[in-house]
Ligand binder design. Structure first.
Ligand code: RI2
Length: 320
């Protein structure tokens, strides 16, 4: 229980972050948690697994990869605890391996859209988006990247570090300079925390502004997203919850106390309408956002059937 809670806390505090990484971490934690359970009573075991699944899902509400990963593992079967544990181990292992392969495959597919000499703008820190830049660079294409800081958590600093290690020439800009630099950009490549059935993309706050500026300047926007970031629940009309994080990420509590009439708003994500997105690059191909339904149906069809099961019943703050 202690390790489960620690993992959940690390995801919540963003010590472990990134939609793909939190999904893989949750799958691994469920596997390890199951392995540590001592009971031989299957009913009790199932109950404890459901509790663990609920705890992990509740840590970050927006990234659909997280409940998708948890449900992929929670499909386990078995007539005994040992059989259930073995199935959980297999399902978690499959999810993690598929997820890692997906990021690599997205890089290979997406890199075809990158031309020699391109300047790519990116926002936040997406391993799927960076996979595209890394693959293009590895193919010998001479590319430049413009990376935003991505306030308030400054994930852009992670991006410039990774790109620097890869040897990719990168400029770091403040978020408000996006439109100023858009004239120099050939292609925008960003990640996703969730993709809805109508092809809208939920990603780090500011993504929709980058996409809007790109749209105005007639620059293509590619979203790099594994199929498990598509939201089957949106087929049932559910909306994706936008995580509102603590005000202290923006302004320290002490400073804020000095302004009794001021509050801080800190939504972590925003919604980019499909009109501003040219392609969503998944591991099964680069698709127009209008095809999101097909991805959900073909790759998450089992989820649609199981959707009325209990996991993931959350109260929402703000929905889009
Ligand atoms: P990958 C991140 O969320 C960012 O919004 C990023 O674009 C998205 O996850 C996808 O990341 P956060 O955890 O899965 O920083 O592509 O809030 O790495």
């Amino acid at each position: 229980m202690k390790q489960l809670k620690e993992t959940a806390q690390k995801i919540k505090s963003m010590e472990i972050r990134g939609a793909g990484r939190i999904a893989r971490t949750a799958a691994a934690e469920l596997r390890d948690y199951a392995g540590r359970l001592k009971t031989s009573d299957l009913v009790e075991f199932n109950k404890m697994m459901e509790h663990a699944a609920g705890l992990l899902v509740s840590t970050r509400p927006t990234a659909v990869s997280l409940p998708n990963a948890v449900r992929a593992v929670m499909r386990y079967e078995g007539g005994t605890v040992d059989e259930a544990k073995a199935d959980i181990k297999k399902l978690a292992g499959d999810f993690i391996a598929n997820s890692e392969n997906a990021v690599k495959r997205i890089g290979e597919i997406g890199a075809r859209r990158v031309r020699e000499g391109d300047t790519i703008m990116t926002h936040c820190n997406s391993s799927a988006a960076i996979s595209i830049m890394a693959a293009a660079h590895a193919q010998g294409k001479n590319i430049n990247v413009i990376a935003t800081e991505s306030r308030p958590r400054m994930q852009g600093h992670l991006t410039i570090k990774q790109l620097d290690t890869l040897g990719i020439k990168t400029s770091l800009i403040v978020d408000s300079a996006v439109r100023y630099f858009m004239k120099d950009v050939d292609l925008v490549v960003m990640g996703a925390d969730a993709v809805t059935v109508n092809g809208s993309v939920i990603n780090k706050i500011g993504t929709s502004q980058v996409a809007l500026a790109a749209h105005e300047a007639r620059k293509n926007v590619i979203i790099a997203a594994e199929t498990y970031k598509f939201s089957p629940r949106t087929i049932l009309g559910e909306l994706v919850e936008i995580e509102e994080r603590d005000s202290s990420e923006v302004l320290g509590a002490e400073k804020l106390r000095g302004f009794p009439n001021v509050d801080v708003k800190n939504p972590a994500f925003d919604v980019t309408p499909r009109e501003y997105i040219d392609l969503i690059c998944t591991e099964v191909g680069a698709i127009p956002p209008e095809m999101a339904y097909v991805i959900i149906k073909d790759h998450l069809g089992w989820e649609i059937k199981e959707m009325n099961s209990a996991i993931g019943n959350r109260t929402n703050h703000q929905k889009h």
